[in-house]
Design a protein around this ligand. Structure first.
Ligand SMILES: Cc1cc2nc3c(=O)[nH]c(=O)nc-3n(C[C@H](O)[C@H](O)[C@H](O)COP(=O)(O)OP(=O)(O)OC[C@H]3O[C@@H](n4cnc5c(N)ncnc54)[C@H](O)[C@@H]3O)c2cc1C
Length: 325
């Protein structure tokens, strides 16, 4: 396993406004050190230094991300791995066996490589955000878990791609700049395919031995078959019992279902997540369908956070304590 000791800055105006830094303390059994820093030509700055456990010599230097926050880049679809009835993993090839070096947390935006292939009713290119499930230091691959919506434009296009074809990708698009141990307690509320930004944080933070934050994931879905990454979350719970817990809620549970039933409500949140009285020591991250986000945390205002509303406001959380992806 590798970990990131990173201080990255992106060159675009949007990205330059934020500085990302994730810290991992010196570890007794670190296999790799990965250092990122400085400004890169293509936007995501980076100096990558990989060191194998066996050898003190640098194994690999990667100066910048293959992604560009200012320009669209076509990436080749290498593999499609069916996941469930409506979701597949799409593995894109990163050239020169590079890693994406995406900061935590961030997503990318995608559109069709062929401008004619994916347009909205007004003839404009359809652009949508996606968060990879592959770690930032994964070499040579960028993997997305994409759920297909029947009436969904981008998700349908991605599901129709054949291996060898390309998708146009731009990024990173900075989201919450994660700092290790900034919070004592973190609640993550996810709905459907909105789970991937929350998984990105969890996968990064839990695998860092310096982590002290306690995470609680509340994951809502329609049926048990819709729960994405359940194997990964259940494995986190086993591996990090003191720092991670997950509860699942289903709209349409089977008779044998033992988790929560129905939508995420005030009672569930009061019982399961750290209360607002922890002030700056706690944070709630939410990502799900617009209806769920509105009901729990108030509507997003386009790309902006929008006012805090919904259940979290009723329970006394403040705007500073909540981040909507
Ligand atoms: C930060 C971020 C990261 C994301 N990462 C992923 C990811 O890793 N994998 C993934 O599959 N999706 C992800 N999404 C959602 C993705 O961006 C698209 O919204 C989704 O794929 C639907 O787009 P579409 O063009 O196919 O559907 P559209 O044409 O936009 O919409 C078609 C129908 O689907 C409904 N719909 C749109 N979005 C959602 C939604 N999120 N949940 C439920 N219903 C919806 C609409 O109301 C409409 O009825 C992410 C969203 C955000 C904000």
């Amino acid at each position: 396993m590798s970990f990131i000791r990173a201080a990255t800055t992106a060159r675009s105006a949007a990205a330059a406004a934020r500085r990302f830094s994730t810290e991992a303390s010196a570890k007794k059994s670190s296999n790799y050190g990965l250092y990122l820093g400085g400004a890169g030509v293509a936007g995501l700055a980076g100096y990558l230094y990989l060191q194998s456990q066996q050898s003190a010599k640098p194994k690999r230097i990667q100066e910048k991300s293959p992604l560009d926050p200012d320009n669209w880049v076509d990436f080749k679809l290498k593999k499609v791995i069916p996941y469930n009835h409506n979701t597949s993993e799409f593995v894109f090839e990163l050239p020169n066996n590079d890693a994406s070096l995406l900061p935590i947390s961030s997503c990318v935006i995608v559109k069709s490589s062929d401008p004619e292939a994916l347009k909205d009713a007004k003839g404009k290119p359809v652009v949508r955000p996606y968060t990879p499930i592959s770690p930032s230091d994964k070499e040579g691959e960028l993997t997305f878990l994409v759920k297909k919506y029947d009436a969904g434009l981008a998700s349908k296009h991605i599901h129709e791609l054949k291996e060898g074809q390309t998708l146009s990708i731009k990024g990173p698009i900075p989201k919450w700049p994660w700092k290790m141990n900034e919070f004592e307690e973190v609640a993550l509320i996810g709905g459907g395919s909105g789970i991937t930004p929350l998984y990105q944080i969890l996968n990064h933070a839990l695998s860092d031995p310096s982590n002290k934050t306690k995470f609680k994931l509340i994951f809502a879905n329609v049926t048990e078959d819709d729960i994405l990454l359940k194997g990964e979350f259940d494995a986190f719970k086993k591996k990090y019992p003191n720092n991670f817990d997950v509860v699942y809620a289903l709209d349409k549970p089977s008779p044998s279902w033992k988790g929560y039933s129905g939508y995420v409500n005030a009672e569930l949140l009061k019982k399961e997540i750290a209360g607002p009285e922890l002030k700056e020591k706690t944070k709630v991250f939410i990502c799900g369908p617009p209806g769920q986000v509105a009901a729990i945390a108030g509507k997003k205002a386009g790309m902006k956070q929008g006012e805090l509303g919904g259940i979290l406001k009723e329970l006394g959380y403040t705007e500073d304590q909540v981040y909507k992806f």
